[in-house]
Design a protein around this ligand. Structure first.
Ligand SMILES: NC(=O)c1ccc[n+]([C@@H]2O[C@H](COP(=O)([O-])OP(=O)(O)OC[C@H]3O[C@@H](n4cnc5c(N)ncnc54)[C@H](OP(=O)(O)O)[C@@H]3O)[C@@H](O)[C@H]2O)c1
Length: 341
């Protein structure tokens, strides 16, 4: 499988490491022979139709700041769109930063990949939150696959649990703690009896929150994940505009103390039932969603299996790259089955 890797930051580099570490197992266990024919970052691209040396790409990125600095394979002026259009490959892995204003640059990368007959694996929530119904149609129209396991729960297989393990059952509703940063802040406010501002500063010091934390604390990251789940799992056709969103900035230490007296706590919960909503919500301390720190947890309520909860880390480069690998293997398997039928 020839792969174009767009975005060589935390996730892109982690994927390169996993492919290097697991090369022989992937070949032996799955007959999977990934060949990264292009890597693109903001500085340009590196291209080699025989497959790039990923060790060299990783050390170039550290040493020179861009893969385009490769003497033999570097192309400093080549953009991701040029590469996706012109390079021969089966799959584009899209791992550029999330943008929920207009989805770019990821949205154009994904559309161009589809238009040129390439499957896409992405970890980028922006294009999906804004346009998942349209992107799914475009993929179908072009006869290619779009996979995005890493966008919800990073390496924790939340989408796969719902789609594969509960196959045949009907999921009626979903409730989830989908953002590790806000969960860390609320846990600290509850346990250390500190204010929102103090907990936010601690989260920033530890690298759990960005300098601009609004995607997380205003509930937008959770809302993006709800949109992805509602489309993929429940078959709805919704976008970010359809979600009612309230973040955690107004949650006070007093409200948490009050909840604690009732043996409850407050978590930022995303709900999917008759509509999509994100809101700080009081839940019992015994509720499986009352996870602590940066964990994520999602409870699916289905018609026959009842309530099932999955808990795991919702961020991290290697965890997210492992979800990309799962998606690549899934595409390979699906293509093999298609060939046999
Ligand atoms: N990190 C996680 O734990 C995690 C978990 C789940 C999902 N995600 C999502 O996965 C995506 C990637 O995350 P990350 O942590 O790897 O981000 P990151 O470290 O900021 O890396 C982003 C990469 O995209 C490249 N890039 C930006 N604009 C580009 C353009 N126009 N053309 C080509 N390359 C471009 C950057 O190039 P330079 O290197 O030259 O700056 C960088 O290599 C994001 O959408 C994020 O929300 C991340």
């Amino acid at each position: 499988m020839r792969i174009i890797l767009v975005g060589f930051g935390v996730v892109g580099q982690s994927l390169a490491r996993i492919l290097l570490q697991r090369r022989s197992e992937l070949m032996r266990g799955y007959g999977f022979h990934p060949k990264v024919v292009a890597v693109v970052d903001k500085g340009g691209a590196a291209l080699d139709t025989r497959g790039l040396d990923l060790e060299e790409m990783l050390s170039l990125k550290v040493r020179e700041g861009t893969v385009a600095a490769s003497r033999e394979h570097g192309h400093p002026r080549l953009s991701a769109l040029d590469v996706i259009e012109s390079a021969e490959a089966e799959v584009v892995v899209e791992a550029t930063p999330t943008n929920i204003e207009n989805g770019e640059p990821g949205l154009s990368h994904i559309k161009t990949a589809f238009r040129t007959g390439k499957h896409v694996v992405t970890t980028n929530k922006g294009p999906l939150a804004l346009a998942l119904p349209a992107l799914t149609e475009l993929a179908e129209y072009n006869g290619v696959y779009l996979r995005f396991s890493g966008t919800v729960g990073a390496g924790t297989p939340i989408l796969d649990l719902a789609k594969k393990c509960l196959l045949g059952d009907r999921i009626i509703s979903i409730r989830g703690v989908l953002n590790g940063t806000t969960n860390y802040i609320l846990t600290e406010m509850d346990e250390e009896r500190i204010t929102f501002q103090q907990a936010l500063e601690e989260a920033q010091r530890l690298g759990y929150a960005e300098a601009d934390p609004s995607m997380d604390v205003d509930g937008l990251d959770t809302a993006c994940k709800l949109v992805i789940m509602a489309n993929w799992i429940m078959g709805e056709r919704v976008t970010l505009e359809d979600v009612e969103v309230e973040g955690i900035r107004n949650v006070t230490r007093e409200a948490l103390e009050e909840a604690s007296r009732r043996d409850c706590t407050i978590r930022l919960i995303g709900f999917i039932d008759d509509h999509l909503k994100v809101a700080p919500t009081e839940i019992s301390k015994d509720d499986p969603l009352a996870v602590k720190g940066v964990l994520n947890a999602v409870t699916f309520t289905s018609e026959f299996a009842g309530e099932e909860t999955i808990i795991g880390r919702g961020a991290g480069g290697m965890a997210t790259a492992s979800a990309v690998l799962r998606d690549l293997l899934n595409i390979k398997e699906t293509l093999s089955t298609r060939l046999m039928t």
